[in-house]
Design a protein. Sequence first.
Length: 226
Amino acid sequence: MYRILLVEDDIDLSKEIALALEKWGFKVELIDDFEIVLDEFVDKKPDVVLLDVNLPLYNGFYWCEKIRAISNVPLIFLSSRDSDMDLIMGINNGADDYITKPFSIDILVTKINGIIRRVYNYSDSNSILYCEDLMFDVGKGIIKHKYKDKSIELTKNEIKILTLLLKNKNRVVSRESLMMTLWDNDEFVTDNALTVNMNRLRSKVKELGFDDFIKTKKGIGYIIQC
């Protein structure tokens, strides 16, 4: 589950955004003390930062510079300031994107998911993930039993599903989170398409001798326990 730090001084808006993002499977951390934004960032270790520009004491551009001095974490500005100069300042200060208010939650989720795919999926491309005796080579896109020679190749979508589930092992991953992971620039993945990909992945894992490897939490999502 990806963790998002939301720095927004409008309490009602921050709660609305947090609730919407949590429905998509994100873990959202809110800040209520705007003197210690950098300390909260270091403490909470988010995967993505959503940062308002108009904040008490110091504005978002100031905190963006402070964060950029110690981290390259993806950062998106959310602001009612919509001039070209504000956008230029945001990007020049190190933001990955700048979204003007009011905005659609669907657009925000799409941008967050795109950044996550770009930043984290690429960095994971050479990793090997384990769950008990199952070994998953992300870069090669194959799964195998540690003590057997047989290996099985996965499709692009199966790789994305298994990567997300194994990186969140022992935690339930929502269907919405998986659908967003599969979503590319050309076509939104339907609920039925996710089911088809999940069934194919389960069949391949079962070929290696792992029965009931991916468990369904009815009405919630899926979990791998190991």
